[in-house]
Design a protein around this ligand. Structure first.
Ligand SMILES: CC(=O)N[C@H]1[C@@H](OP(=O)(O)OP(=O)(O)OC[C@H]2O[C@@H](n3ccc(=O)[nH]c3=O)[C@H](O)[C@@H]2O)O[C@H](CO)[C@@H](O)[C@@H]1O
Ligand SMILES: C=C(OP(=O)(O)O)C(=O)O
Length: 420
């Protein structure tokens, strides 16, 4: 199994090209299920989750071509199955996003229940309730969601009592091919939702209001091909910016989407970074200074993203002053804290907050993380720790960061992937 070996590194310097967003690409690839025409997606990051999605779509009968490293062609002219099997769903929760499209196009779908993961229980009741409101009959049997509808799904007014990115995406895709108008109230406002709406509209859907908490979808009977370029990854961008801040460096992220990162940039500025923005780049300059501790509370967009919480925990450990990071989205997303403590971080968990004393002197250690962003926070810790840090179980990182070690090496980091 691969691991990353990281040695204390100089301040990161230079520029890094940001990849397409995992959390945008996964739902976007699912839109291919909504049409009999071939779809082309570009700027798709090379990630384990993308390969899993492609395997899942192939399992359903979609033909796949990858003419270039970041291009994916998907042709769902005929589907041969409506079942998303446990073996694939358990490795990637986003598999649940085939449910809405399959039900809308084929009138039936069997999708393994994703279950919880390292960061929390992650229920899917909002996805199921919304589809039922649209006329689907759903039962859970032997670990599978079995859904069917007679005729087409029907447009409905759906209020979601929690903001859910996944449910908003599933219901938007289902509603695109439903009969009549669907209104999603208390919808998620994440940039990835806007990206999905733009792609659906390119295919002939009628989605308006994406990016607000009230999305209207006027159903159409057919959708056509798309040629869609995936949004830049705001979480990858934020991760490189925090790595630059932690090491006291100066890094420019290119091919980025600065307008998707307001909350993160605001906190980095509070931590003492000078931030400069261009149309598609962001530069962070720490001018060699130590970061200042910040207070952060995760929230749905436009709040501070839960996917950047772990990286900021590491930053706060190094910073001057007491820092408090509160997680409100997932009930168990602090698996990085005990590992950081093993590296010498002075940090305590108080309820759903990580409170750091600041100015921790980190020492390299063998560490491992059980989720993607926790792994990223340990990589950042490894860059500043004395000695050598071994980050194990990096299949989590490979799920969401394209060529992370190569990109970090390009900025001067001392990091190697080692096969054991
Ligand atoms: C709002 C939010 O920040 N969502 C994050 C969530 O998206 P993801 O789509 O995975 O999760 P949701 O947005 O659906 O979940 C948000 C909250 O709603 C709850 N919930 C969700 C669906 C449901 O049917 N019932 C229910 O109770 C979840 O347990 C969670 O507490 O994880 C992704 C991966 O880390 C992040 O990129 C998203 O930013
Ligand atoms: C936890 C994440 O992804 P997923 O929802 O695919 O588990 C993430 O992107 O940080």
């Amino acid at each position: 199994m691969d691991k990353l070996v990281i040695k204390k590194s100089p301040p990161l310097e230079g520029s890094v090209r940001i990849s397409g967003a995992k959390n945008a690409a996964l739902p976007l690839l699912m839109t291919s299920l909504l049409t009999r025409e071939a779809c082309r997606y570009t700027n798709v990051p090379q990630l384990r989750d993308i390969n899993t999605t492609v395997s899942l779509l192939q399992e359903l009968g979609v033909s796949v071509a990858r003419p270039a490293a970041n291009d994916v062609l998907l042709d769902a002219h005929e589907l041969s199955s409506v079942t998303a099997p446990y073996e694939l769903v358990r490795t990637m929760r986003a598999s649940i996003l085939v449910l809405g499209p399959l039900l809308a196009r084929e009138g039936k779908a069997n999708v393994s229940l994703p279950g919880g993961c390292a960061i929390g229980a992650r229920p899917v009741n909002l996805h199921l309730d919304g589809l039922e409101r649209m006329g689907a009959t759903i039962e859970v049997d032997e670990g599978y969601i079995r859904a069917h509808v007679d005729g087409r799904l029907k447009g409905a007014r759906i209020f979601m009592d929690m903001v859910s990115v996944g449910a908003t995406e599933n219901l938007m895709m289902a509603a695109a091919l439903a009969e009549g108008t669907t209104v999603l109230e208390n919808a998620a406002r994440e940039p990835e939702i806007v990206d999905l709406a733009n792609c659906l509209n390119q295919m002939g859907a009628k989605v308006s209001g994406a990016g607000t908490d009230n999305i209207t979808i006027v159903g159409v009977s057919e959708l056509s091909a798309c040629d869609y370029n995936v949004l830049p990854d705001r979480i990858e961008t934020g991760t490189f910016l925090v790595a630059a801040a932690a090491t006291g460096g100066k890094v420019r992220c290119t091919h980025a989407a600065p307008d998707t990162l307001d909350a993160v940039l605001d906190k980095l500025a509070q931590a003492g970074a000078t931030i400069t923005l261009g149309d598609d780049w962001i530069e962070l300059d720490m001018q060699g200074n130590k970061p200042q501790a910040v207070r952060v509370k995760t929230a749905p967009h436009p709040g501070f993203p839960t996917d950047m919480q772990a990286q900021f925990v590491t930053l706060n450990c190094l910073a001057e002053g007491t820092g408090v990071i509160t997680e409100t989205i997932f009930e168990n997303r602090f698996m990085h804290v005990p590992e950081l403590q093993r590296m010498g971080a002075e940090i305590a968990l108080e309820g759903n907050s990580a409170v750091s004393k600041g100015c921790s002197v980190l020492k390299g250690a063998p560490v491992m993380a059980t989720d993607l962003r926790a792994s990223a926070s340990l990589v950042i810790a490894g860059l500043v720790a004395e000695g050598e840090t071994h980050v194990n179980r990096i299949y989590h990182l490979d799920r969401g960061y394209e060529a992370i070690e190569e990109k970090l090496r390009g900025l001067g980091a001392n990091i190697e992937r080692v096969q054991e």
